[in-house]
Write a protein that binds this ligand. Structure first.
Ligand code: ADP
Ligand code: MG
Length: 348
């Protein structure tokens, strides 16, 4: 029992603290924890009621005295205490309570400030981590997608999450050009809610909008053939209502956002030195994150940039896989401070 526990407790873990999901991975085992980054708490007593999937189920269904929040949903931290609770509880769920000072490689949303990342690191420490390394999202995403990022070869990765999209060009372990924009899943869901409200005078919930996106989105060639029933509230009568949405509706609702995303990608391509741009032209653009699965987005980007574009295998888990893969290279990566910064790591 003791031996087994000691082994378990000294496991190094990788954490992808995303704006929508938090995932924990272990080297050799892959992603072992994958839940929405949501916390529910009692507003009066401030007691935590649920974290992760349990809390996600309460979105839009909890009474007034319960607050159900996504503390990172815009890519910035809206609530330090809740972010710390989220990180601490998720680590404890994976490692148990008496963890023996493991190392953690963590990826945090690119737009959060240094002060905010310190709060997250502090939470990881409280959960028992001895050392916490931060890894930049595009570096983790590409490693998790199976790319050898040490090659002298330009690669472009576009990670489309819940709150933010990170676009970057890497070569020889370093980031050559990048941009982060607040154009991702949440904004798309909000656009669907707004469209349905304006066109049908029906208010639908966040989770319904997300489902409609996942089921119907086609930003390249919608033909009205796919449809689904959704439920909401009629804004005129105030009564429960249902309606049919099809892929044309979703296209009209979200195409402007998809176009903006394409413009952001073009912007990063414009900043890319010519040799590396040539590499990207032959190697293609890799999409990771949940947004990589938006129907037709790969084709839209490809037709606009004239560069082959494809989703990585299991795109939602790329960054999480990358964080645990980083342990294999930690010794080299942390050889000297220069390398640390080159690789986009910082040791805390
Ligand atoms: P983050 O890293 O910010 O936590 P993720 O990479 O986990 O984000 O992706 C979450 C986003 O991906 C959510 O907005 C979710 O709605 C979206 N998503 C998940 N699956 C799909 C799908 N099949 N089609 C379109 N969007 C999806
Ligand atoms: Mg992510």
């Amino acid at each position: 029992w003791r031996k087994e526990n000691a082994e378990m407790n000294s496991t190094d873990i990788g954490i992808d603290l995303g704006t929508a999901n938090i995932m924990i991975s272990i080297r050799g085992k892959g992603v072992v924890f994958y839940e929405p980054a949501v916390v529910a708490y009692n507003k009066k007593t401030e007691d935590i009621m649920a974290v992760g999937t349990e809390a996600y189920k309460m979105i839009g269904k909890a009474p007034d005295y319960i607050a159900v929040i996504r503390p990172l949903c815009d890519g910035v931290i809206s609530d330090y205490d809740m972010t710390e609770t989220l990180v601490r509880e998720c680590i404890r769920r994976v490692t148990g309570r008496q963890m023996l000072m493991p190392r953690i490689v963590m990826c945090v949303p690119s737009l959060i400030t240094d002060v905010e990342s310190r709060a997250v690191i502090e939470a990881a420490r409280q959960a028992g981590a001895q050392k916490v390394y931060l890894i930049e999202e595009p570096v983790a995403a590409l490693m998790g997608a199976g790319a050898d990022i040490s090659e002298a070869r330009g690669r472009m990765v576009v990670d489309i999450g819940g709150g933010t999209t990170d676009i970057a060009v890497l070569s020889m372990n370093g980031i050559v050009a990048k941009n982060s924009v607040k154009l991702a899943g949440n904004k798309i869901d909000a656009a669907i809610i707004k469209y349905v409200q304006n066109k049908y005078r029906i208010l639908i919930g966040e989770r319904t909008a997300e489902n409609a996106k996942i089921t119907l989105a086609n930003v390249f060639s919608p033909d009205g053939s796919r449809e689904m029933d959704v439920k909401g509230r009629n804004l005129v009568t105030g009564l429960p209502a249902r309606l049919k949405l099809n892929d044309d509706d979703i296209y009209k609702a979200i195409i402007d956002i998809a176009d903006e995303l394409v413009d952001a990608i073009k912007g990063v391509l414009e900043q890319t030195p010519p040799e590396l741009a040539g590499d990207i032209h032959s190697g293609g653009i890799i999409l990771t994150g949940g947004g990589a699965l938006i129907g037709g987005l790969d084709k839209l980007i490809e037709s606009e940039t004239k560069i082959h574009t494809y989703a990585a295998d299991d795109p939602l888990r790329c960054v999480a896989r990358g964080t645990s893969l980083a342990f294999d290279r930690l010794d080299t990566l942390l050889d000297g401070f220069e390398k640390i910064s080159l690789y986009g790591y910082s040791e805390i």
